[in-house]
Ligand binder design. Structure first.
Ligand SMILES: Nc1ncnc2c1ncn2[C@@H]1O[C@H](COP(=O)(O)OP(=O)(O)OP(=O)(O)O)[C@@H](O)[C@H]1O
Ligand SMILES: [Mg+2]
Length: 209
């Protein structure tokens, strides 16, 4: 795939809904250790509605699709992650308005805008043990490899997201509910970093399909 089309974007988010439903218990178990055991339920619930809402939008521009995703996540996912992922897709929508396809460079710009949206909303930095620890290196890797094409960029990004998520295990949380645990948050993988790793893995799976 050389271009992430509107149909591919819908495939990505529909596949992600399936993945979050399959991984619901795992994500919730991660959140049980250092949070309130709802991350899997939050992501599964939100993306189930996302998949329903976007299925009729294949003939729309990508900005319209992402805006629908953002509004759906903000209204259906409680907790921290709904507004955070909502901000990701709202800012991604801002740079994809009117576009029906994204080349690798444009997809990198879209992901960077999304990342900036999450940072603006949550004020987390790398090392705070949040989804930012997976998202920041993933977006950087995607952009660094964009010149090699969409598949290569998505491949590097999913690897960086995976490594970023794994890097959260020894960290002490500085943001979100897990930060209330202080030192006791160390030794557990951050649930939001795992859902972000899945987001990039699923993007890769769609791009190389
Ligand atoms: N300020 C933040 N910036 C970025 N990510 C954050 C921030 N706060 C929390 N997160 C991410 O959100 C994940 C938790 O999402 P979840 O769906 O479980 O919401 P929650 O923390 O239970 O929300 P609430 O505390 O409002 O119920 C964390 O694992 C972390 O990755
Ligand atoms: Mg939670």
């Amino acid at each position: 795939m050389n271009e992430l089309t509107a149909a591919a974007v819908i495939d990505w988010l529909t596949a992600l809904s399936k993945v979050y439903n399959e991984k619901k218990d795992y994500l919730t178990d991660l959140d049980r250790a250092i949070g309130d055991a709802d991350h899997g339920a939050n992501m599964a619930r939100g993306f189930t509605v996302v998949a329903e809402k976007i299925s009729p939008l294949a003939d729309k521009d990508i900005g319209t699709i992402f805006k629908t995703v953002a509004m759906t996540l903000i209204s259906t996912v409680g907790g921290a992650s709904g507004p955070l992922y909502g901000s990701f897709f709202l800012q991604a929508a801002g740079v994809t308005n009117g576009k029906t396809g994204l080349n690798a460079g444009e997809a990198g710009t879209m992901l960077e805008a999304g990342l900036k949206g999450v940072v603006a909303r949550g004020k987390a930095a790398v090392g705070d043990k949040t989804m930012i620890d997976a998202m920041t290196p993933a977006v950087a890797a995607f952009q660094a490899a964009a010149g090699e094409g969409l598949s290569s960029a998505a491949d590097k990004a999913r690897q960086a997201a995976r490594a970023g998520a794994d890097s959260t295990t020894p960290l002490v949380a500085k943001k979100g509910r897990a930060s209330y645990l202080g030192e006791r948050s160390a030794g557990h993988l951050d649930p939001g970093s795992e859902s972000t790793a899945l987001l990039f893995q699923t993007l890769y799976d769609i791009v190389v399909k």
